[in-house]
Design a protein around this ligand. Structure first.
Ligand code: SAH
Ligand code: SF4
Ligand code: F3S
Length: 443
């Protein structure tokens, strides 16, 4: 009988993409996807190392899984426990020491080796090389028919923000060749995708080479967006996540001229204080960020923004925090993520002992989340009673209900007797419930 597997995914969309690819690879090699760990012969944890809480989840899940494994062994059944992703990269050997039931460890650029390793009983246990090219060339086309798909176009990061583990867990910046991405997106569109989100830890640093009049020419994210927008059937393009210093004029222009590029940009600033930004090694100050937002809005006044914020970075004073609130007040974000600083082993910030008192950081987090939530509500309110183009991605929880997203990623629920999945339709946004809309199809 075919062996079954289950993958649990933590962390960012890049991990989601990797899990989908691992899923395809295992199925191609004769393994069967199961619905949960209990029913699976191979348990895979695709992990995230970004904050302490995220990585500690791995160890609590491993505790549970080792019990399953023991119980299965009692009835003569074998179970493999496999850890992939960013904790695997950062703490490979330590995981094996902390939990003896783990069989294999694969860093984010090694999971493509899994099917081969499962057939080789003499194999080593830890795979943690940086192998972007090898990985992407081993992955298989997706068989899924989802309307909105993620496509990793760039992996790794060379920015080395002082708090962040990503440059160590995902390695140096690597961009996939433009033609490979084009082929993947075209094939997804043929299967039913209407929206593509181009992914990278630092997607605005994307670069590739093309042949133009027999000569090699360097191209960036703006060119990729332009080329992809010519694919018939593809309605929407998004990209995530950008670093402010890599947003260039050509990309800003795309937001004006490319109607398939959505007017919504996730552009993390992390802090509004120049002093903290400098300590974070973010390579830009508050003014640069605010000017960039202004410049983008001047080109396209429907642009909306989201950001990530860290509160309680070592040495952050009340004044620094006020500066962050000031940025929020000036920009007016459509939505955002905010986190309490988490010290990560091996990062430059982790040796800064100027810790912000835990309670103070909690108060700041609560405050910033309150302000950001209010801004999100205000942003949503401004759409109430108006009509918007909604791309329907699938069924809602209720009978005959369908769910879609506006260009600004706001969720919309609509009732219809016809299946709306995959359609881009005008909807009257008639009701707003906390963070999503209910609407009616426009005539
Ligand atoms: N590449 C993206 C983000 C990667 S991680 C960028 O440059 O913005 C996603 C978010 O996690 C970051 O934007 C940051 O806000 C948060 N983050 C990263 N490291 C963190 C840490 N040590 N403590 C708290 N939040 C962190
Ligand atoms: Fe981390 Fe900074 Fe790179 Fe983003 S840009 S992944 S925050 S190092
Ligand atoms: Fe987490 Fe790795 Fe993504 S640390 S946020 S899964 S790049």
């Amino acid at each position: 009988m075919n062996q079954s597997f289950f993958i649990k995914t933590y962390g960012c969309q890049m991990n989601e993409y990797d899990s989908e690819k691992l899923n395809e690879l295992l199925k191609f090699n004769g393994y069967k996807a199961s619905k949960n760990f209990e029913e699976s012969d191979i348990a895979i944890l695709n992990t995230c190392h970004i904050r302490e809480k995220a990585s500690e989840k791995l160890y609590s899940d491993l505790g549970r899984l080792s019990k399953f494994k023991e119980n299965k062994a009692k009835v003569g059944k074998k179970m493999h426990i496999i850890v992939t992703g960013c904790v695997a990269q950062a703490e490979g050997d330590e995981i094996l020491k902390r939990n003896k039931s783990v069989d294999y460890i694969f860093g984010p650029q090694n999971f493509h080796k899994l099917p081969k390793v499962l057939n080789d009983s003499k194999s080593e246990k830890v795979f943690n090389d940086f192998l972007c090219e090898d990985k992407f060339s081993s992955l298989l086309p997706s068989t899924g028919k989802e309307v909105s798909k993620l496509v990793t176009i760039q992996e790794g990061c060379d920015k080395f923000c002082s708090f962040c583990v990503v440059p160590y867990t995902r390695g140096a910046e690597f961009s996939r060749p433009l033609e490979d991405i084009y082929a993947e997106v075209s094939s997804l569109v043929k299967k039913g995708a209407r929206e593509i989100t181009l992914l990278g830890q630092n997607v605005s640093a994307y670069k590739s080479e093309i042949l133009k009049d027999g000569k090699k020419v360097k191209v960036k994210l703006s060119y990729l967006c332009e080329v992809l927008s010519k694919i018939i059937g593809l309605e929407r393009i998004r990209y995530l996540t950008s670093h402010p210093i890599d947003i260039d004029e050509l990309l800003i222009d795309q937001h004006k001229i490319n109607s398939k590029l959505m007017p919504f940009l996730h552009l993390p600033i992390q802090s509004g204080s120049d002093r903290v930004l400098k300590k974070m090694n973010r390579k830009h100050d508050k003014k640069f960020y605010l000017d960039l937002i202004k410049k983008i809005r001047r080109k396209n006044n429907s642009m909306a923004f989201s950001s990530d914020f860290i509160v309680g970075y070592p040495g952050e004073t009340d004044h620094d925090f006020e500066e962050t609130l000031d940025v929020i007040e000036r920009v007016k974000f459509a939505s955002s993520y905010s986190f309490k600083y988490s010290s990560r082993p091996g990062t430059p910030a982790s040796i800064d002992n100027n810790y912000v008192n835990e309670k103070k950081a909690d108060v700041r987090l609560k405050k910033i989340q309150e302000v950001l939530n209010n801004q999100q509500k205000e942003f949503n309110k401004s759409f109430l009673g108006k009509s918007s183009n909604v791309l329907f991605t699938g069924k809602g929880k209720k009978i005959n209900q369908f769910v879609g997203r506006t260009p600004h990623l706001q969720p919309v629920h609509v009732f219809s007797n016809d299946d709306l999945t995959g359609q881009l339709l005008k909807v009257e946004l008639s009701q707003l419930t906390s963070f999503s809309f209910h609407g009616k199809l426009s005539n």
